[in-house]
Ligand binder design. Structure first.
Ligand code: HEC
Ligand code: HEC
Ligand code: HEC
Length: 453
């Protein structure tokens, strides 16, 4: 399940911080929802709305595991209790079927419910604030006429009063979530870049994961004009670290071409890396369905973001580790663990097999400051999911059930420092911390088999 832990921490801290400053501001008055005569069953508009809903990945958050699409109920855990996504199907009594366009618009772009309550920012309305009026009309047409109604009541938050009061969120929203402003294409030198910026900043809400947040939990930058923290890499979400999407040559996508980015978004795999964690959902539910023109526009826009660290040197392949492994020297810490468990897929030269098993040499995931993703993928394993244009699925086995914390630390450090990689190192106690928070299950044994470890 995506986002559980982190959103929660954000929500918790936001609620806490706002509780503290609430006394200064006093409660906000609830704004009355306006209504506008607007409705349409136009097939082309509904189809366009469906496309936009995919670009916005509404389904990933608004569907529970094995629940009906868009009926809500996905849990977002917080230390003060849980919140649940809501039913956004057109059922008139439990969903949004009786909402006017103005009410729907206000919830999506401003985070305000028809009754004046503010939504938790787990709903990425600070990003959706950039959507154009036309796109909002298309989304409304789709959610009122293109989605099957499902009668399913929203689950109330599992947060006890007084923390469950929503008015501090209203202050947060006034401070940090901009009012909808028409997206200004004039900032961008050509229409393709402007389209890419609009999609990345708005519907794609890439910054919700890839931009660092402040202590009050708002994203430090909502677009490139806001400064170099935009898309410079976020805190772990469910134990997966959203890496930098800026031009940093080692820790970001500086070494990736526009075509690499397009391929990654459409298939989750390139010569450099494979998608995992929350990014798997983004590729599966959203990016793979976007038109080539739109994915290309997003990639071109991302390629305009300069490196956030001018001192970061380009990656250069180094043959030392591969040579040692090939000549039978596994004396370096972690080298023997790597030789025995990893070479069959990632190879002794760390180059993997493009499109099948990701390269580890030069991979930004292995060179970022935070090694949580690497430890997590080793402990829990992961599956590279098939997409429309790359249908095969490949699995990275879980090693947590048979490698000790010290072995995982050693092999993590081996892959983060071999083949020219310059990642920082970790200790067995760093591994122990991650182990407490991620699933580490032994695979099922066939009948009659005995586990040898
Ligand atoms: C990252 C997760 C996430 C994504 C993506 C997301 N939502 Fe939400 N949304 C939520 C959560 C959680 C809530 C409930 C928040 C609360 O209870 O305060 C919500 C609430 C809403 C509401 C208010 C419903 C009500 O009954 O109050 C609407 C409308 C809505 N979302 C529409 C959308 C649309 C349309 C999209 C796609 C363009 C979308 N959401 C994408 C998480 C998400
Ligand atoms: C739900 C959180 C989430 C959202 C939203 C999200 N990402 Fe990611 N993304 C991740 C995580 C986690 C990783 C690291 C795992 C990986 O490399 O696949 C990642 C990795 C990536 C990578 C690979 C970078 C590398 O160095 O390996 C690219 C490219 C990327 N994201 C692009 C995007 C774009 C473009 C968007 C918006 C359309 C987006 N992401 C939205 C979580 C997210
Ligand atoms: C059976 C083949 C296989 C073996 C053995 C294997 N891996 Fe993987 N590995 C994969 C696949 C497939 C992925 C992509 C998973 C995904 O995208 O969700 C992956 C992903 C990774 C990643 C994340 C990089 C990225 O861009 O996705 C790291 C780091 C990694 N493996 C390290 C290791 C180490 C270290 C070992 C040995 C302890 C190992 N792997 C053993 C197949 C394997």
């Amino acid at each position: 399940m995506r986002m559980t832990m982190n959103i929660s921490k954000r929500v918790r801290s936001a609620a806490w911080a706002l509780g503290a400053c609430a006394a200064l501001f006093g409660p906000l008055t609830a704004d009355a929802a306006q209504s506008s005569p607007d409705n349409t069953g136009d097939a082309a508009l509904i189809a366009h709305g469906e496309y936009l809903a995919r670009a916005g990945d509404c389904i990933a958050c608004h569907s529970a595991p094995s629940g009906k699409p868009f009926a809500g109920g996905l849990k977002f855990d917080t230390p003060i209790g849980a919140i649940y996504s809501t039913n956004i199907t057109p059922d008139r009594s439990t969903g949004i079927g009786s909402w006017t366009f103005a009410q729907f618009d206000r919830a999506v772009r401003e985070g305000v419910r028809p009754n004046g309550d503010t939504l938790y920012p787990a709903m990425p309305y600070p990003s959706y604030a950039r959507l154009s009026d036309d796109d909002m009309h298309a989304l409304y047409a789709y959610f009122t006429h293109g989605v099957a109604p499902v009668a399913q009541n929203n689950r109330p938050v599992d947060i006890v009063w007084p923390l469950s009061m929503r008015w501090p969120l209203g202050i947060w929203r006034h401070l940090f979530a901009p009012n909808p402003q028409a997206f200004d294409a004039a900032h961008y030198s050509d229409p393709v870049l402007a389209r890419g910026a609009y999609l990345v900043q708005g519907l794609g809400h890439c910054g919700a994961c890839h931009t660092p947040r402040s202590v009050t939990m708002q994203e430090l930058a909502l677009d490139d004009l806001d400064g170099p923290s935009y898309l410079s890499g976020g805190a772990p979400i469910d134990g997966w670290v959203p890496s930098s999407l800026r031009g940093n040559p080692r820790t970001g996508v500086g070494a990736w071409s526009e075509a690499d980015l397009v391929q990654f978004l459409k298939t989750g795999r390139t010569a450099h890396a494979a998608a995992f964690g929350g990014m798997t959902d983004v590729v599966q539910h959203s990016a793979q369905y976007m038109s080539d023109a739109d994915v290309t526009a997003m990639a071109r826009y991302i390629k305009t973001l300069p490196s956030s660290d001018p001192a970061e040197k380009p990656y250069v392949y180094d043959d030392t580790a591969a040579h040692a492994l090939r000549t039978g020297d596994a004396s370096a810490p972690g080298a023997a663990v790597y030789r025995d468990n990893c070479t069959s897929c990632h190879r002794s030269d760390g180059r993997g097999y493009t499109g099948v098993f990701p390269a580890l040499g030069g991979n930004p995931v292995l060179q970022g400051k935070d090694a949580t993703s690497v430890i997590h993928v080793l402990l829990s394993g992961s599956a590279l999911q098939g997409t429309k244009t790359a249908p095969s699925t490949f699995t990275m086995p879980a090693f947590g059930w048979r490698l000790s914390d010290a072995e995982v630390a050693d092999v993590t450090n081996f892959v983060r420092t071999s083949w020219g990689n310059t990642g920082s190192t970790v200790t067995a106690s760093d591994v122990a911390k991650v182990r407490k928070t991620v699933p580490v299950a032994a695979p099922e044994l066939p009948p009659g088999a005995i586990r040898s470890h």
